[in-house]
Design a protein around this ligand. Structure first.
Ligand code: ATP
Ligand code: MG
Length: 874
């Protein structure tokens, strides 16, 4: 069975059990400070488990893109080395939100695996939680399993394997895993599969985990019972394919084989011949998936946070290919189209953004390959030196240099070191890293636990309709950083918009019934919760507050937000459909909009885009807003959904005429309110990504006024009307050019007459012409010209000139060539010696040299000394 069918059958099966099929949430997590990447199917439903979001469907199933390369779940080191862990993988899942529980979850898992997929039941094992001080043994699960499996194939497991937790905090509970034994029959006869479950055997592996969510782990470690129980299951899609396609490695399935074959072809290697080569091929095949999906979601490789993780993964692939496949030129980008062929049927984001992904990957490959060989050389040196010293350790600061200067990820350094039997001094590395960071750090902040003022309150944003409201505090916490203490407040409902979707947070005030006013300096959003940031904690926490947002500021933000939609629309019209939003900032002062496009926009294109937007503004199109539209309906109406954004099954749709977008931001009620849009800049921010900055409404007015003030000042300066300012400036420039030429001419003449004068000052003695003199000149160049001319016109010349040029001393010495030869004179040596008198230094050739110094007063002394030294040689 093909992978695509396997996935579809999973979804169909659960649909038949009354589950709603939902799309995968983005892999790169946007608004959760505790999680960088989705690491399990349940992440997107966390708020439901915690009772923070309403349950829309009680049964849901999907295939979720997961990435396990950081935090609690990190499989990176295994990837490529083994055959069943990936960085990015698909997790097939079914959920019950307060609906069915252990019985149905187990029954359906069994039905699907055995009856539908036809997996041999004698190869299956189940594990259950054995219990500990916190939570008792899961006898319930055990009893349900007994209906399908003999008892000796139901295995007790410890908390590490059978108590599932997403992270340090969050929803959790006992789980029951299904393992499969894929070994050949003779192997199975030799060793009982039961003894290999959870023993890291590559062919006795976990395929499905059924988690029974019953608790919430609070920070500090306390387990709290949840009001409702839920089911959360996750099955590794690639592992399931391996089992169903009768393979012994995930990489042998049709999910990976096309990519692997392409790598083999491009590198001229054969897969399956040599273990080290195979590992490298698997690493590349795995990592391109992670990198491609991340870029498709808008997370490009970069130097911090999620972007750096992605860059590190790509570099790991490049390094493996470089060392073990001999790939010294970019080639990984060429795998993107194969990836699209294998997964494009289900995930359309790769195909839609293929060119961008290819371009970004290729550029990254080029950049890293340039430093890779230097870094590897350095690494070799370091290892050689360490060997000579009989050491097996790579010093921390050396590792840091590789990291900092050559962009080697630490895990890469570690890997190369291990290949040579070395270890890296991680502690030393961290010390060096800290030292560097200490300088650039902004401030570490410390966040306290929430204190609840009112329990069990859901929060509602009412800011689409109201700018003021009576509100009540639900909870608060203190956030401390180096400089100051801030307070985070969550209210039952609020007109304040929390920063999200590129739109900045509202500011404003809250006032209690006693007339005390408190400033809200920012509003942010975490896990869908709107958090008000205050520098001062209100005195009466249980009072009712009147909340008022800073209305004018919000109105400016609205104009900019609606304008970004019009801009997006106009850009696609003018440049084409490859234009995709890649990020935006909607502030009160201006907007910036990032989008995929491959070359600089021309002046004409910019003008055209600006023209379309302003026409739409003048048409004063009315906002059509749908607060809760089914997503399919929204798409049908032409809404542009962004990959990498998380959408529920109902969405908010914002429409101005033909511009239709899914958006949670605040908008003007008709485009005329925007007033005007002016594009202020167009630039590149990354390979294939451009940024437009623009102003609207009052911001545009301010922009024009500032520019007009300058024009006015120019008018006054030149005393001409506006239309003539430019020609006045051109005229001035011309004039200036002519004057410069004239000055040069005069300088030449002055030099000629100076030369004449100097010739009169020459004194002859014993056939040698001496000329020692302080000159009044503008530049050292002039003296040099003079010296060369005099040398050409006077025989047996000794010329020493001094000058005070803008407060600095200058000495120049010129000898006729024959004197140099006859008397062994050396202008360079001489000037170096006598320059001491002018507190400076210099040098030059035997016949010509010059020096500069701080002390023009010393020129006479320098002359005297030079004269003496020359005389001594004659
Ligand atoms: P393992 O012990 O094999 O690492 P796990 O206990 O980390 O698995 P879960 O967190 O329970 O796995 O995830 C649910 C399912 O997702 C697993 O049963 C497995 O099939 C799959 N899975 C987990 N990690 C990976 C990975 N890195 N690559 C591919 N599939 C994975
Ligand atoms: Mg694991």
């Amino acid at each position: 069975m093909k992978a695509a069918q396997i996935r579809q059958q999973f979804l169909d099966f659960f649909e038949s059990k009354k589950h709603t099929i939902v799309p995968s949430a983005p892999m790169v997590v946007k608004d959760d400070p505790t999680l960088m990447f989705t690491n399990a199917g349940m992440n997107q439903f966390k708020d439901i488990f915690l009772d923070l979001a309403p349950i829309k469907h009680t049964r849901v199933a999907d295939s979720q893109k997961c990435l396990r390369v950081s935090g609690k779940h990190n499989d990176l080191e295994e990837v490529g080395v083994d055959t069943y862990h990936h960085t990015m993988f698909e997790m097939l899942g079914n959920w019950s939100f307060g609906d069915y529980f252990k019985k149905e979850a187990i029954a359906w898992a069994w039905e699907l695996l055995v009856d539908v997929y036809g997996l041999p039941e004698e190869r299956l094992y189940a594990t259950i939680f054995e219990g500990n001080q916190e939570v008792p043994r899961d006898t319930e699960a055990f009893d349900f399993w007994k209906q399908y499996l003999p008892e000796d194939r139901i295995i007790n497991g410890n908390a590490k394997d059978n108590f599932w937790e997403m992270g340090e905090t969050g929803p959790c509970g006992p789980c029951s895993e299904i393992h499969i034994d894929l070994r050949d029959d003779d192997e199975r006869e030799k060793v009982n599969g039961r003894d290999l479950v959870n023993q890291d055997h590559p062919l006795v592996i976990e395929i499905w985990n059924l988690v029974f969510i019953q608790f919430n782990r609070k920070s500090g470690g306390v387990l709290e019972k949840l009001p409702k129980t839920h089911v959360d299951t996750g099955m590794g899609f690639e592992r399931l394919c391996m089992a169903l396609q009768g393979k012994k490695s995930n990489y042998d399935t049709d999910v990976f084989q096309p990519i692997i074959q392409r790598i083999a072809q491009l590198s001229n290697k054969e897969y399956g011949k040599d273990e080290q080569t195979d590992i490298a091929i698997r690493v590349v095949a795995d990592h391109i998936r992670t990198v491609a999906f991340s870029i498709a979601e808008g997370q490009l490789p970069s130097n911090n946070k999620a972007g750096y993780v992605i860059r590190r993964i790509l570099r790991r692939a490049i390094r493996y290919a470089y060392t073990f496949l001999g790939m010294k030129e970019p080639f990984i980008y060429e795998l993107v189209s194969v990836l699209d062929e294998t997964l494009g049927g289900h995930f359309e984001e790769i195909g839609k953004q293929k060119t961008l992904i290819e371009q970004v990957v290729k550029e990254e490959e080029n950049a890293f390959l340039r430093t890779l060989s230097n870094g590897l050389k350095l690494m070799d040196d370091v290892i050689q030196k360490a060997k000579n010293k009989d050491s097996k350790i790579i010093e921390g600061d050396v590792a840091f240099k590789l990291y900092d200067t050559y962009g080697f990820p630490l895990d890469l350094i570690d890997l190369i070191a291990r290949e040579q039997g070395f270890t890296v001094d991680n502690e030393g590395f961290n010390v060096a890293l800290e030292k560097q960071r200490a300088g650039s750090r902004t401030a570490i902040s410390e966040t306290d636990e929430w204190t609840f003022v009112r329990e069990n309150q859901a929060q509602e944003f009412i800011g689409y309709d109201y700018s003021e409201s009576k509100i009540e505090l639900v909870k608060y916490r203190t956030v401390t950083d180096k400089k100051k203490k801030l307070y985070h407040l969550v209210f039952n409902h609020t007109p304040f918009y929390g920063e999200s979707g590129g739109q900045i947070g509202d500011t404003g005030i809250i006032e209690d019934v006693f007339g005390n006013e408190y400033h809200v300096i920012n509003t942010i959003k975490e896990h869908n919760e709107i958090i008000h940031v205050l520098p001062k904690l209100p005195e009466h926490l249980d009072a009712t507050f009147s909340a008022k947002i800073a209305l004018e500021r919000r109105n400016n933000i609205k104009k900019n937000h609606s304008a970004t939609h019009l801009l997006h629309y106009a850009l696609r019209k003018v440049l084409g459909d490859h234009v995709q939003q890649k990020g935006s900032l909607v502030a009160d002062t201006h907007l910036s909009f990032d989008f995929s496009h491959f070359q600089k926009m021309t002046e004409n294109e910019i003008a055209e885009v600006e023209g379309i937007v302003n026409k739409l503004i003048q048409q004063n199109t009315i906002l059509q807003e749908e607060r809760a539209l089914p997503i399919d309906e929204a798409k049908k109406r032409g809404a542009m959904a962004l990959f990498g954004e998380k959408y529920g099954d109902v969405v908010r749709m914002i429409q101005f005429g033909d511009s239709v977008e899914l958006c949670g931001g605040t908008h003007v009620s008709s485009t005329g309110e925007i007033g005007l849009l002016k594009i202020t800049s167009e630039s590149s921010i990354a390979s294939g990504i451009r940024r437009i900055e623009a102003v609207t409404g009052n911001g545009a007015l301010k922009y024009f006024n500032e520019h007009l003030t300058i024009v006015k000042e120019l008018e006054q300066t030149f005393k001409v009307p506006t239309q003539k300012v430019l020609s006045s400036i051109h005229h001035l420039q011309e004039e200036n050019k002519k004057l410069q030429l004239k000055i040069k001419e005069y300088q030449k003449q002055a030099l000629t007459s100076l030369k004449k004068e100097l010739k009169g000052d020459v004194t002859e003695k014993d056939g040698i012409s001496w000329l020692i003199k302080k000159l009044e000149v503008e530049s050292a160049d002039q003296i040099r010209d003079l010296a060369y001319q005099l040398k050409g016109e006077i025989n047996n010349l000794i010329f020493i000139a001094g000058a005070n040029i803008k407060g600095k001393a200058n000495l120049t010495i010129m000898f006729s060539q024959n004197l140099v030869e006859k008397h062994g004179l050396h202008a360079g040596n001489l000037v170096r010696e006598v320059a001491k008198e002018i507190q400076g230094g210099g040098g030059g050739q035997p016949f010509f040299a010059s020096a500069g110094g701080r002390n023009p007063e010393g020129i006479e002394n320098a002359f005297a000394k030079a004269k003496e030294m020359i005389k001594a040689k004659l």
